[in-house]
Design a protein around this ligand. Structure first.
Ligand code: ATP
Ligand code: MG
Length: 462
């Protein structure tokens, strides 16, 4: 390998950076693992005389032996010059102008090297230290140091298949460290979402956040309050629904970030039911991660419904204790909790409705009169609501009997179901779920959420 290590990552003068260049023979990135679309974009730009690099998460993941799903390209061609080279290209973004080259279902994102642009008349808008718009173009060195983490600033050069490192990313990749480029506090102030990215990428890669990058997080976490809720929704999906949700949840919890994006969840994890709720989240996230890893579908509605379950349950209970009818208390509680959550993370309406339905169906499992049973069995959300009940039964022993009953009801044919329905309902039916008396553990083994191998509690990892 080239012994010339790049200068310290706190370098602010891009011109002074000496890159470390690793030739093709000394790294493991093979073009076989790069998508055909990304290769076409890289070659076309190169043939037209522009510089063309694969950059960011794809290079990082390829060097770690992973299989990236999306590929980002960096070039010295402007977005307009890029568009002129491809028929299937559109320019997007106002804050950050980018070219998207589309090949069927694949989209290759092409970004022009971003510059430092301190000459005063550049198209960059910074308010209170926060970068709101950045369309200043520059050199590859400048592009490297405005990226977030060193391991995200590695470039794969299509001209000679070498890897270029301007900020010490290779070393950090080797030692599994998420290290910010430059001054951590300044970089978090420019864009507070970087705090979430630190936790997310550490969870995804099994890396550690470098101490100087971890230190300011707790202090600066409140800056996330000003981030657009829609952006936080996108980031939440990447945190929780990409196969490493449990590790992300633990990371957010440990760095005091959870309260910034899911305040009610964080409060419940510190409240009187924290042990039970922590274990329930452990089961949920474990089974979700397992499903993602085996390419099964997952819905944010189910996961978010679990994250907000204890807050909804506690709010409903409080209303009931104050004399509100359960039938009124539950929807009111759901509405309140959703409303508060929406001020942080913008959950799209279709998922919000799904969550409310999953919650609303829970008390209906208690009602086993013939008509109601048939109606519930044919409800479009039955499956999700039943899975949710299974999840709760891991912690609420009195629900195990219900789960068993509904499992049989689903498997039973018409005649068998009729027989089940004419038998007297077990004691405790039709009481609100919160009032069901705690029964002795039933004979049957408690059911685990699908794929939950024990369900590690969230708060057992502090
Ligand atoms: P993954 O795709 O695995 O989630 P990624 O690192 O590729 O991770 P993207 O959001 O796809 O994340 O971003 C691509 C690249 O753009 C990053 O690797 C990084 O170099 C740069 N980048 C993304 N977000 C930021 C940010 N908030 N600040 C600075 N650079 C960023
Ligand atoms: Mg990416």
């Amino acid at each position: 390998m080239n012994p010339a290590a790049p200068q310290s990552s706190s370098t602010t003068s891009a011109a002074a950076i000496v890159p470390r260049i690793v030739p093709r023979s000394e790294h493991g990135i093979s073009r076989k693992n790069i998508s055909s679309g990304a290769l076409r974009v890289l070659y076309r730009l190169h043939e037209a005389g522009y510089k063309a690099f694969l950059v960011g998460g794809a290079v990082r993941d390829l060097l770690l032996g992973g299989h990236p799903k999306d590929f980002d390209v960096a070039t010295d061609a402007t977005p307009e010059q890029t568009r002129a080279l491809f028929r299937n290209c559109r320019l997007i973004g106002r804050r950050f102008r980018l070219a998207h080259v589309v090949f069927g279902r694949e989209i290759v994102e092409v970004a022009t090297f971003r510059g430092i642009g301190e000459d005063g008349n550049a198209d960059r808008q910074v308010v209170d230290g926060r970068i709101l718009r950045d369309n200043v173009y520059g050199s590859i060195e400048e592009d490297a140091i405005r990226r977030d983490f060193t391991v995200n600033a590695l470039y794969y050069d299509i001209a000679d298949f070498s890897v270029r490192d301007y900020v010490g990313g290779l070393e950090d990749l080797h030692s599994h460290a998420m290290r910010l480029i430059g001054d951590p506090e300044q970089r978090y102030r420019e864009d507070p979402v970087r705090m979430l990215r630190a936790v997310r990428l550490a969870a995804k890669l099994g890396f550690t956040i470098a101490p100087e990058a971890a230190e300011p997080i707790q202090r600066l976490a409140p800056l996330l309050a000003d981030v657009a809720p829609a952006r936080l929704f996108d980031e939440s999906l990447k945190l929780f629904l990409a196969g490493h949700g449990l590790a992300s949840l633990r990371g957010l919890h440990n760095h005091d970030l959870l309260g910034q994006i899911f305040p009610a969840t964080a409060a419940a994890l510190a409240g009187p039911n924290r042990a039970t709720f922590g274990r329930m989240l452990g089961y949920t996230f474990e089974s979700t991660d397992e499903r993602v890893r085996s390419d099964k579908t997952v819905t944010p509605a189910f996961l978010f419904a679990a994250m907000l379950w204890e807050p909804v349950r506690a709010t409903a209970q409080k209303l009931i204790d104050e004399g509100t009818e359960p039938a009124v208390a539950w929807p009111v509680a759901a509405d309140r909790v959703m409303h508060e959550q929406a001020s942080r993370v913008a959950i799209p309406r279709r998922f919000g409705l799904g969550m409310e339905e999953i919650w609303a169906l829970q008390p209906r499992f208690e009602q086993r009169q013939k008509k109601r049973v048939n109606r519930l069995l044919s409800h479009p959300r039955f499956r999700a609501a039943f899975d949710f009940l299974v999840l709760r039964a891991n912690e609420e022993a009195e629900l195990v009997e219900l789960v068993d009953w509904w499992t049989e009801a689903q498997e039973a044919g018409g005649a068998e179901l009729s027989r089940m329905l004419t038998q007297p309902a077990p004691a405790g039916d039709d009481e609100g779920i919160e009032r069901a008396p705690a029964r002795k553990r039933p004979r049957r083994r408690r059911r685990k959420a699908p794929g939950a191998g024990g369900g590690a509690p969230v708060d057992a990892v502090e």
